[in-house]
Design a protein around this ligand. Structure first.
Ligand SMILES: Cc1ncc(C[n+]2csc(CCOP(=O)(O)OP(=O)(O)O)c2C)c(N)n1
Length: 319
């Protein structure tokens, strides 16, 4: 299992480092919100999921998409605005989808997918499916009205949804302490009667084990669960760089998280040859994905009016 977790974490880290490298060349046609430093949350949780389980995420969801098995080539091509992208080049980094892998969607609008996830869980319950839905969102999203409304509804209807709040302590440049009267987000879930855990986002194995336990209960008994996972964003809110020079947070705050990075910690547990083989394989896969994106065509102009919403009265062009 260590090798599997290491591979998944290392792969996501390397993809995002390559995104950061490519970004200044303008090959990437959408803003990027990197998960670097937060990968273990997605990997720990998604490793416990079945292919038929469903995830919803935010604009910061490269890690979730890949951890759930989303197609790497299609993700990179999407960022490049190419026709081979997972949203045919129209959505960019913030709107990733791979329904075959159970990645239902991500959104630029803070909080949107919290309600989407509950809706999907409601449908699963109605169909008596034993699949579950996991919804990833940030601490800032917990300030949206839809958060409170959805927790209430999920509790009322006993929906099979695991809410995962990735609490990285910031919404853009504003710390949680400057935004929330009571920082204990898990307690808000408990107030709706939803059992909640407060977890460490650096502990990928602990996250995996806890998710497995919670999901086995959820598949048989139903009902929502809530994780508040403490984590830390290493890069700027949006873009490939660092933002410590802006003064809203100190680099010393990041240091313990960087020191506790699960990637080198897991690497140290693997035999050198096994680690080297994983690195070689991942490097080749990542390079191939960027080459695929580079070589892919841009969408045909005729695609502009396909798969979009139109005003009532006009035909909806849809595949
Ligand atoms: C409804 C809505 N309000 C405001 C914004 C602007 N906005 C974009 S990201 C963001 C911060 C959200 O922070 P958080 O939920 O903690 O997620 P993180 O970026 O830390 O992953 C805000 C306010 C938005 N995109 N959507």
């Amino acid at each position: 299992m260590n090798a599997r977790l290491y591979r998944s974490l290392y792969r996501i880290r390397r993809v995002e480092e390559e995104v950061a490298r490519a970004y200044p060349t303008d090959a990437i046609k959408s803003p990027v919100h990197l998960s670097i430093g937060q990968e273990a949350v997605s990997v720990g949780v998604c490793e416990a999921l079945r292919p038929t389980d469903i995830v919803f995420g935010t604009y910061r969801s490269h890690a979730m998409y890949l951890a759930k098995g989303g197609d790497l080539n299609a993700m990179v091509a999407e960022m490049y605005g190419k026709a081979t992208g997972c949203a045919r080049g129209k959505g960019g980094s913030m709107h990733l989808i791979d329904t075959d892998a159970g990645v239902m969607g991500t959104s630029a609008v803070v909080g949107t997918t919290i309600a989407n996830a509950a809706g999907y869980a409601y449908a699963l319950k109605t169909r008596r499916s034993d699949a579950v839905v996991v919804c990833f969102f940030g601490d800032g999203a917990s300030e949206e009205g839809v958060f409170a409304e959805t927790l209430n509804f999920a509790s009322l209807k006993s929906l099979p949804v695991l809410f995962v709040c990735e609490n990285n302590g910031y919404a853009i440049h504003t710390s949680q302490a400057k935004r929330q009267g009571r920082p204990d987000i898990a307690a808000r879930a408990e107030a709706y009667g939803i059992p909640a855990d407060r977890l460490d986002g650096s502990d990928v194995t602990g996250l995996l084990e806890r998710t497995r336990t919670v999901l086995s209960g959820m598949r048989t008994l139903g009902g929502p669960h809530f994780f508040e996972v403490k984590t830390y964003r290493w890069r700027e809110h949006v873009g490939p760089g660092r933002d410590f020079a802006l003064g809203f947070r100190a680099e010393s705050e990041a240091e313990p998280w960087v020191k506790n990075d699960p990637i080198p910690r897991l690497a140290a547990l693997l035999p050198a040859a096994e680690r080297a083989a994983i690195v070689q394989e991942v490097e080749a896969e990542v390079a191939a994905a960027f080459a695929f994106a580079e070589a892919s065509p841009f969408p045909d102009p005729a695609e502009l009016m396909i798969d979009i919403y139109q005003e009532a009265g006009n035909a909806l062009a849809c595949r």
